[in-house]
Design a protein around this ligand. Structure first.
Ligand code: HEM
Length: 516
């Protein structure tokens, strides 16, 4: 009798469950059918290759395939119909969309909805008035001397008190200890950007601790948001989001954690007072009172400053491992500059160069740019066309189409860099020993035009400080020899499998000319 009652009680929920499953199955089958038979693409080799991933037989990464296609295209522009995505590596087109006809190429609603759950109304995800306000505020702050001085002090301090001691302890095992440099740079830049942006110590660079909960949730959230952007149809992730299912369920959980921790940071900042602080959040708090808006601004700054810098540093050490001649030239320049300023063997435990010393290092600067050319942290960036338009190369762009400029491919165009485009050659950035920048629409690694990166100077200074200090003190040996990088999916370039390396303390010979 009891068993019968139990069965009757379970009947209704089981039927609902079964019904939901059947509906979901039908829906997914329809979407799958729709994607397979999308009109206009059955005859297009490019789209077929995208859909069945056959490109991966010849290329390690999709960005390498795109770079190949863009080099072959007479206009340096291609159209992936299944994604309704025009991709260009043509500098005239890039200038047109980022500057000349900027208003017709906003981020757009499609982009905002992909990243909306994570970034909300933060600067990366908005157009119009909200963007204008944050842009003005952020450029005032990031351009101010006090914030730059504060940022430089934070980076130098993190190096002296965290990164150096860590690398020293790793190197003391006689090079037996294998570390993942990418992981270390991600921890370093997370700590640094948290301190610069919020004035808090995230403490990620303590390897005995797991990556902070905040950082791990942030990783999951950015990775899964990027997956949405690569989907051939938004219908799929939207449905999964509606059902709170699979990766969307995971994304919701990760964003919940990011929200909780961002709220906590804002609460702490308010409690401790913000009017006399140098961090970016405190400065925004002076004009923004809505906590949700503050959370969105804070999360955007984390995204801007964390993974980009870590990605640039990882790629740099990856490249240096197969270019000892570049390391030797950088060391020669560093020693020369530090000798001139009497900072070559000062009494400090660890020498971190000053801002002016870094500015005097042209070769190091050129090597860093050369690395960003070959391995830009933001490999591609998309806008959505508002009204029908024609790009300077003659490509017609229908209203609503996604248009992507592709810094990764542009760094590998023979038409921009010459026949030796694939060589790592810092000299291409130097004239008579002085660094000469490239037109931003040929090298849009920091974007260009009205939405050009606001953290460019800070990021370059940050990376240069780390590179100069580390290569002066240590030999870094990347394990496994030279290999082609394989990227993991995400909003910024990340090496799949990390960058395993050994670190050896150098026995520097202090120059006889030194008078310190
Ligand atoms: C190597 C390091 C970096 C690279 C390669 C880089 C690159 C870029 C790119 C490509 C964009 C355009 C993105 C888009 O429109 O979606 C951008 C925007 C931006 N970046 Fe950076 N970035 C770097 C570091 C930083 C840092 C350290 C900060 C600040 C702490 C920062 C702040 C910003 C901001 C606020 C924007 C938004 C500009 C706007 O929409 O008006 N970036 N960056």
């Amino acid at each position: 009798m009891e068993q019968q009652l139990l069965m009757e009680a379970l009947q209704l929920p089981l039927s609902i469950l079964y019904f939901s499953f059947a509906i979901s199955f039908l829906y997914f089958s329809l979407i799958f059918f729709f994607l397979r038979s999308r009109p206009g693409c059955n005859s297009c080799e490019l789209c077929k290759s995208y859909l069945d991933s056959s490109w991966s037989k010849s290329f390690d990464n999709i960005v390498d395939w795109y770079a190949h296609l863009l080099r072959q295209s007479p206009t340096q522009t291609i159209h992936i119909h299944v994604l309704d995505n025009i991709i260009t590596a043509n500098p005239d087109n890039v200038e047109y969309m980022l500057k000349t006809n900027f208003d017709n190429f906003p981020k757009g609603k499609a982009f905002s909805s992909i990243l909306g759950d994570l970034l909300g109304n933060g600067i990366f995800n908005v157009d119009g008035e909200r963007w204008n306000f944050q842009r003005k505020m952020a450029s005032l702050e990031l351009g101010s001397l006090s914030v730059r001085t504060h940022a430089f002090a934070v980076v130098s301090d993190q190096l002296r008190t965290r990164l150096f001691p860590l690398l020293h302890s790793v190197s003391s095992g006689g090079g037996a200890n294998l570390i993942d440099l990418q992981d270390i740079f991600r921890r370093f830049s997370f700590d640094t950007i948290c301190k610069i942006s919020f004035g808090i110590d995230a403490g990620c660079l303590d390897l005995s601790l797991p990556m902070s909960e905040f950082a791990a949730a942030f990783d999951t959230a950015t990775g899964l948001s990027a997956r949405r952007a690569a989907a051939t149809s938004p219908a799929l992730w939207r449905l999964k989001r509606l059902l709170n299912w699979g990766s969307e369920r995971e994304l919701r959980k990760a964003i919940g954690l990011v929200d909780m921790l961002a709220d906590e940071v804002i609460r702490q900042r308010k409690r401790l007072g913000f009017s006399s602080r140098d961090d970016l959040l405190s400065r925004f708090m002076g004009s923004v009172t809505d906590d949700k808006y503050l959370r969105d601004i804070a999360v955007s700054f984390l995204l801007a400053g964390r993974d980009t810098v870590a990605s640039g540093l990882t790629a740099f050490f990856f490249l240096l491992s197969s270019h000892p001649e570049v390391v030797a030239k950088m060391r020669e320049e560093i020693d020369g500059v530090l000798l001139m300023t009497n900072n070559c063997c000062s009494g400090q435990d660890y020498i971190v160069p000053s801002y002016d010393e870094l500015r005097a290092m042209n070769y190091v600067h050129a090597a860093l740019y050369e690395c960003l050319r070959l391995y830009p942290p933001v490999q591609f960036d998309s806008k959505f066309c508002l009204e029908d338009d024609v790009l300077p190369d003659g490509t017609f762009v229908k209203k609503g189409t996604r248009v992507t400029y592709h810094p990764y491919a542009m760094g590998r165009m023979e038409s921009i860099w010459g026949a030796d485009y694939s060589s790592f050659k810092p000299e291409r950035w130097l004239r008579d020993g002085a660094f000469v920048p490239k037109n931003p629409y040929e090298f849009p690694v920091f974007q260009g035009g009205r939405r050009v990166c606001l953290g460019k100077e800070m990021a370059l200074m940050d990376m240069k400080t780390v590179v100069v200090s580390v290569i002066r003190e240590f030999d870094v040996e990347v394990a496994g020899g030279v290999r082609l990088p394989k990227f993991a999916s995400g909003l910024t370039a990340t090496l799949s499998g990390g960058l395993p390396a050994r670190v050896h303390l150098r026995h520097r010979r202090v120059s006889e000319e030194c008078h310190c």
